[in-house]
Each structure stands twice: as structure tokens, then as C-alpha cells.
Design a protein around this ligand. Structure first.
Ligand SMILES: NC(=O)c1ccc[n+]([C@@H]2O[C@H](COP(=O)([O-])OP(=O)(O)OC[C@H]3O[C@@H](n4cnc5c(N)ncnc54)[C@H](OP(=O)(O)O)[C@@H]3O)[C@@H](O)[C@H]2O)c1
Length: 298
């Protein structure tokens, strides 16, 4: 069992929930983020804190020192003009730091579709990271490959409020494995508690497959807009809007490549649904959480 678990992206969706679970189990953890003020709450609960940038190999070497296990997540950087090069830079920084710190167990956050080296948009960089970690001798790694995050539905909050529309370039009637990030954190925690051995992949498919039409209907019901409809946006319009929100053109194009991959059935789980890859949180539960934030104006 690991002595001290290092958590990257600890203020993010998954990292923050994982840190809470491990602290509640009495585990020693070291949380990493770019601003230690945002990590203060974990410090108060006994976590070690490290402020550093994942793009800087020297920062990650210092951050991982003293750790015996690692939760590795390459943070999204939508401003990157070469997203795969960015992901590889962070991925290599992690690998070098794992080797230098002598970390023996890694839970790597990957994605559904990361068995493909291309044609999967931003997921290709996660394919690279799986290969990089698999090549490390003496390091046990489990690659978690979750499906579409339910939290992505928050991207629609503004447009629901302002124009009563929820949408994206994904087709409304394609069934996706959709998962709440708290379930990913729970599975990651279990991996650390039981111990990581060898090299393996664990796909995480959420409670059930869902289309965006169904997910939007659940959100609409929870927020008191039962007529809320999902709209599929044209790729070109979505690209323009992503760039308008500050994404690099390259990131927007790769996001669309990923959307096409889902729409055309190229990005999908490589195994069928089983109890081991099915998690707890239903869209109806997530929709209640969405509604609480929506009603507070968040
Ligand atoms: N969205 C999906 O449907 C989906 C599906 C499968 C896999 N994924 C993968 O899931 C990952 C995202 O997970 P998440 O939602 O938990 O992440 P997230 O909420 O976006 O959090 C990422 C965290 O990383 C930190 N960060 C950002 N840039 C950093 C840097 N340069 N150095 C150090 N820390 C940095 C940020 O914290 P600070 O600002 O505090 O530093 C942020 O809180 C991505 O790798 C994505 O590919 C996503």
C-alpha cells in the first residue's frame, strides 16, 4: 500500500474529489496545483501541498519527490496551438519525475478512445501518454478510460439560461458512456487502496449509456424546463464559438475531430458493459446537482 499519494490537477473535477476521499480514509497525500491558495482547504485537512506548473519538468520532479504513488492527469490547455505537443511535454515531465522520485504505482487518467493513436482529436495525446507509461520498467500503471463526463453538461448552463438551448456538435441520438467525475474519483481511490499491479486498462462507462437528447431531458426536468431540447450544432459554428471563447484554432479543430469520432462510432469503448466498468451516479442524480448550481445562478 502506498505511503504517500501525489495528486496532480488536484483542484480539478477528479483530483479534488480524489483528494477528499483519500483524506477521509486517513491517507497521506500531496496535492499539486498552480496556486497554493486554491489548495489551502486540503492543507487544513493534513495534505502536503506543492505549487507548480505541470509543463515544467523541474517543478514536477520536486512535486513528486517523496511520493510512492501518483494520480497522473494531464490538465487540458485549450489555448495550446499544438495540443498534442503540449500533452507530450506534460506527459514526459510526469514520466521523468516518476522515475526520479522512484514512484512505483500510477493511476493514469486517460479516456475512452485512447486505444487509437489518431483520428480521436485531443484523445491522441492520452494514447501517447499510455504508451509512455507502459514503457516504464518497474512502474505499475492502471489507465482509467472514462467516457463522456456528465460535467461537460455545465458548458450548456449559460446558453440554457440566456437562450433556452442546450447543444454541441455531438449528435443528439448517439448513445455515449456518460459518467460523473465523482465516480471516476471513487474508482481511482479504490485503485490506490487495493494497490496497482502490472500494466492494465480500466474502462469506466458510467451508470448507463445515454444520448444527449436523454441527458438534456433529465437536466430540463430538474431545472423546471421540461421542454428543454438538445440541438446539434454544425461543426463550423462550434469551431467559431470555441475560438471566440479563447480556444486555439488547433484545439477547436481537434475537439471537433473528437466530436466526429463519437458521432461516427470511431470513439467507443473497446469492451462491452460489465459490472466492473459500470459506476453508480445516474443522470437523474447528476441533474439534481446541476439544478442546485443552476438555481444559485452559478
Ligand atoms: N471531459 C471529458 O468528457 C473527458 C473524458 C475523458 C477524459 N477526459 C480527460 O480528463 C482530464 C480533465 O480532468 P478534470 O475534468 O478533472 O480536469 P479539470 O477539472 O479541467 O482540472 C484540471 C486542473 O489542472 C490544473 N492545471 C491546469 N493547468 C495546469 C498546469 N499547467 N500545471 C499544473 N496544474 C494545472 C488546474 O488547476 P489550477 O488552476 O488550480 O492549477 C485544474 O483545476 C483531461 O485530461 C481530459 O482529456 C475528459
Amino acid at each position: 500500500m502506498p505511503d504517500r499519494i501525489v495528486i496532480t490537477a488536484a483542484t480539478g473535477n477528479i483530483g479534488s474529489k480524489l483528494a477528499e476521499i483519500l483524506l477521509s480514509k486517513g491517507k497521506r497525500i500531496k496535492v499539486i496545483g498552480r496556486d497554493d491558495k486554491k489548495l489551502e482547504a486540503f492543507k487544513m485537512k493534513g495534505a502536503d501541498v506543492y505549487e507548480g506548473n505541470a509543463e515544467k519538468a523541474s517543478d514536477m520532479k520536486r512535486a513528486f519527490m517523496g511520493g510512492s504513488a501518483l494520480f497522473a492527469l494531464i490538465p487540458p490547455n485549450y489555448a495550446a496551438t499544438d495540443p498534442r505537443a503540449y500533452q507530450n511535454k506534460v506527459g514526459q515531465a510526469y514520466a521523468d519525475a516518476i522515475a526520479e522520485a522512484g514512484i512505483k504505482e500510477v493511476v493514469n487518467l486517460s479516456s475512452v478512445g485512447a486505444h487509437l493513436s489518431e483520428g480521436n482529436g485531443l484523445i491522441a495525446g492520452l494514447y501517447d501518454q499510455e504508451q509512455r507509461l507502459n514503457s516504464m520498467r518497474g512502474v505499475s500503471v492502471v489507465h482509467l478510460r472514462p467516457g463522456y463526463f456528465m460535467e461537460n453538461l455545465f458548458w450548456n448552463m449559460d446558453s440554457i439560461r440566456k437562450s433556452g438551448i442546450a447543444g454541441s456538435p455531438l449528435k443528439g441520438d448517439v448513445a455515449l458512456p456518460m459518467i460523473a467525475t465523482r465516480d471516476i474519483a471513487s474508482i481511482a481511490a479504490v485503485q490506490f487502496l487495493v494497490g496497482v499491479e502490472g500494466k492494465s486498462v480500466q474502462e469506466l462507462m458510467g451508470q448507463r449509456d445515454l444520448t444527449l437528447n436523454e441527458a438534456t431531458a433529465a437536466i430540463g426536468k430538474a431545472i423546471g424546463k421540461p421542454d428543454l431540447k438538445y440541438v446539434q450544432f454544425p461543426y463550423a459554428d462550434a469551431e467559431k464559438s470555441m475560438v471566440g471563447m479563447g480556444m486555439s484554432l488547433e484545439s477547436a479543430q481537434l475537439t471537433n475531430e473528437m466530436n466526429k469520432g463519437f458521432n461516427e462510432g470511431i470513439i467507443k469503448p473497446s469492451t462491452g458493459r460489465k459490472p466492473e466498468n459500470t459506476t453508480m451516479t445516474s443522470i437523474e442524480e447528476f441533474a439534481q446537482h446541476f439544478a442546485e448550481i443552476y438555481k444559485k445562478g452559478g
